[in-house]
Design a protein around this ligand. Structure first.
Ligand code: HXC
Length: 261
């Protein structure tokens, strides 16, 4: 497929997706989200790819759903179509994709842009990153997970304040609150994100997929059920040659040569 609104490339075993609507700060149009979904699914099916990286520009990761696309929609349109911004293939591909995906956020990650970053497995932030759910300022509310994922990430007080007032969080506050894994100088963001994604892609593929599944389960189940899944997956990993190789390599003081990656 020829993409118009995103750029797609491969660096070793990392699939890189870059939002590419700079004139509107990467606002998420229906067409962009559809392209994103197609590309995420393709990378998830590609054997050589072990991790994905989602990038925006230096000024904006994404400034939200495209307001011009949305402004004249009627309730019935959104309800019947399950609005493609909210439940389109791009979002589903992100939620269903089993390979780890990192969001590298510089500049604005607002509304649907913040939600898109939060739907990834973790966020690396540049020093100039700004996160917010400003939908309240335009007469609506987050619609792609903002009230849910932000609350889980930063707790009720900050999520409530941000969603009710539209206040943005800078990178420092986002790191303190646990929204991002860490902050990187803007000039280093993409190289660092690629380094992290490359490291993940070099691990045993079945193990990284199990880890992603287990961590995500922490948001979906009771502690007892989550711990049970973790124990089952831990035991399962001992059926992998990669576990034998990893532990043998440690004992022999050498780097592991994982078979499945
Ligand atoms: C459409 C957008 C846009 C958006 C920016 N632009 N955000 N177009 N949808 N979400 C366009 C502007 O209209 C402008 O186009 C160009 O991008 C540059 O933006 P400026 O406003 O001139 O830039 P700046 O002054 O630097 O301000 C940056 C900003 C501001 C603070 C990020 O653009 C802003 O507040 N944007 C809207 C943020 C927002 O409300 N997001 C939530 C959307 S609702 P022109 O043609 O004038 O040059 C949402 C719901 C999610 O996301 C639902 C699920 C997906």
């Amino acid at each position: 497929m020829q993409y118009q609104l995103i750029c797609v490339e491969r660096q070793g075993a990392v699939g890189i997706l870059r939002l590419n609507r700079p004139e509107v700060l990467n606002a998420l149009s229906v067409a962009l989200v559809a392209e994103l979904g197609h590309a995420i699914r393709a990378f998830n099916q590609e054997d050589q790819i072990g991790a994905l990286l989602l990038l925006g520009s230096e000024k904006a990761f994404a400034a939200g759903a495209d307001i011009k696309d949305m402004q004249d929609k009627a309730f019935v349109d959104l309800f019947l179509s399950d609005f493609p911004h909210l439940a389109g293939d791009g979002w589903q591909a992100l939620q269903q994709g089993r390979k780890p995906i990192i969001a590298a956020v510089a500049g604005f990650a607002l509304g649907g842009g913040c939600e898109l970053a939060m739907a990834c497995d973790f966020i690396l932030a540049a020093e100039n990153a700004k996160f917010g759910q400003p939908e309240v300022n335009i007469g609506t509310l987050p619609g792609a997970g903002g009230t849910q994922r932000l609350t889980r990430a930063v707790g009720k007080a900050k999520a409530m304040e941000m969603c009710l007032t539209g206040r943005m969080m800078d990178a420092q506050e986002a790191e303190r609150a646990g929204l991002v894994s860490r902050i990187v100088p803007l000039a280093d963001l993409e190289a660092e994100a690629l380094k992290v994604a490359t490291k993940i892609a070099a691990q045993s593929r079945p193990v990284t997929l199990m880890i992603k599944e287990a961590v995500n389960q922490a948001f979906e189940s009771s502690l007892a059920d989550g711990l049970k899944l973790e124990r089952r997956l831990f035991a399962s990993s001992f059926a992998l040659e990669d576990q034998k190789e990893g532990m043998r390599a440690f004992v022999e003081k050498r780097r592991p040569e994982f078979k499945h990656r």
